[in-house]
Design a protein around this ligand. Structure first.
Ligand code: GDG
Length: 453
């Protein structure tokens, strides 16, 4: 068996206190066989030398490198999160491109490849993750790497008309073609990539989504990421017996709870979601005083201006809505920008009658799957899901909405709150099957089986 080498922007070494933090680490979870090497940025900024530090934890070797302050700002804050993230979420109005930041991105991708190369063995399978590292494969190849190298994109890919707006779009596209396999959560993202390959490189793809670039075969694969649903369900059951769930129940006085949990990010559609809740209270008076929304919006990427602006917008919007509808003993929206513990989150999902997951664009969205996993079979809640989340491809029995239409989302919340137990159970059973089937192991196996071939 070949050794697996995972390359991702951030590497978080698990400790006793924090066993597995971070979306990617949780998602890959059980997929990590003993002996795996995980390479990436330590999260530290400074000049601590350019050779990787090695740590062994739970059978996995973690190799981390540091970034300088300038690299952090140009590569990570600037190009990755100020240009690529908005572009790949269809937000050209937020695209903030600077040539020097793009250069920083190229330099850091080269630095990743240079630092990783001496650690590689001949028959390693190398798996690079996400938009910060588009060019690592190309850089490894240029330095003589002959291993199989795959890439997985956790966020959407965009059609040619959108990619075209990025001055270095073609360069990134060519970079992706240096991989043996390029993976996406959904066919839509994969087809957008193939459409860019055809438009900009003039290369047609075969029926299986492969094409030949500069004499090499490049395969594509659709591999939807999943969660360890059983583990999450058990966490929710345990949490439901704990003090925090008791406190939230007591605070609700039998009112229904609508829950949202997202990183504080403009892709998640939080202003639209609050406006939809506003519409619910405006149009359906019977819910006033009878339903509470809890929005957990853990602060994220605070060094990027757009995220600070979003936070101010949300502060105002929540204040406005709460000011208009609150009673002295009821507030419509409970809003927190601190992260909850995973356990409390699981418990709160279980209490919530409605899970409101309405991103404007999302690669997959794991919250949707976690909400399903946390429900009780006897009295399950209803998932409302944006059709622009990758998860909508699989979770068809949710109430699927267009998040740009506040009226439609308000009507879906009303429908969810009124839904009888029979229909809730029926929808949830179908969703449950899908969520339980999509294990992290299935995700890694789907991708790696194509890379291994
Ligand atoms: C990217 C793509 C894709 C949220 N608030 C708290 C908290 N969370 C956890 C959730 C979930 C994770 O963070 C968020 O994952 P998502 O998938 O929803 O979104 P992104 O962070 O944008 O992830 C996305 C994913 O990569 C994987 O490929 O699905 O489309 O954008 O697990 O539960 N966790 C805790 N406290 C919180 O307050 N502990």
């Amino acid at each position: 068996m070949s050794r697996l080498v995972i390359v991702s922007n951030r590497v978080q070494i698990p400790t006793e206190k924090a066993p597995r933090a971070g979306g990617l680490a949780v998602a890959l979870g059980s997929g990590l066989a003993p002996g795996t090497l995980w390479f990436g940025w330590s999260g530290k900024r400074g000049h601590n030398g350019r050779t990787p530090s090695l740590h062994d934890a739970q059978g996995v070797t973690y190799a981390t490198i540091d970034l300088t302050e300038k690299e952090y700002h140009d590569f990570y804050v600037g190009f990755s999160n100020g240009a690529l993230w908005p572009l790949l979420h269809y937000r050209l109005d937020y695209l903030d491109y600077h040539r020097h930041q793009h250069q920083g991105y190229c330099d850091v991708n080269a630095y990743f490849a240079e630092a990783l190369l001496p650690l590689l063995k001949d028959d390693d399978l190398v798996w690079v993750h996400d938009y910060q590292l588009f060019l690592v494969g190309e850089n490894l190849r240029a330095r003589g790497a002959t291993q199989k190298i795959g890439f997985f994109l956790h966020i959407p890919f965009v059609p040619p008309e959108i990619l075209d707006a990025l001055p270095c779009g073609l360069e990134l596209l060519r970079g992706l073609c240096a991989y043996d396999v390029v993976g996406f959560h959904t066919d839509e993202h994969r087809n957008a990539f193939l459409s860019c390959v055809e438009t900009f490189l003039g290369l047609a793809s075969a029926d299986d989504g492969s094409f030949v670039f500069e004499g090499r075969l490049v395969k594509t694969v659709t591999a939807p990421i999943g969660i360890d649903a059983e583990e999450f369900a058990q966490t929710a059951v345990r949490a439901a017996r704990g003090a925090e769930v008791r406190r939230i129940r007591e605070s609700l006085f039998s009112r229904a709870l609508v829950i949202g949990a997202d990183r504080l990010d403009y892709s998640k559609g939080l202003p639209n979601r609050f406006r939809a809740f506003d519409q619910l209270l405006e149009r359906f008076h019977e819910h006033r005083g009878k339903v509470s929304m809890l929005q957990v919006a853990a602060r994220s990427r605070e060094d990027v201006d757009r995220y600070q602006q979003l936070r101010r917008t949300l502060d105002r919007l929540v204040g406005d809505i709460n000011g208009r509808y609150s009673e002295f003993d009821w507030i419509p929206i409970r809003y927190m920008t601190r992260a909850l513990s995973r356990k409390s989150l699981a418990g709160f999902y279980r209490v919530a009658r409605v899970g409101l997951v309405t991103p404007l664009r999302d690669g997959m969205n794991l919250v949707a799957k976690e909400y399903v996993a946390a429900q009780s079979s006897a009295d399950p809640g209803v998932l409302i899901l944006s059709r622009f989340a990758g998860a909508a491809d699989e979770l068809k029995e949710a109430l699927i909405v267009n998040p740009y239409d506040a009226d439609e989302v308000a009507e879906a919340i009303d429908q969810a709150l009124a839904m009888d137990l029979g229909e809730r159970k029926e929808r949830w059973q179908a969703l449950r099957e899908r969520v339980w089937a999509g294990t992290p192991a299935r995700f890694t196996e789907t991708f790696l089986s194509v890379l291994r071939d």
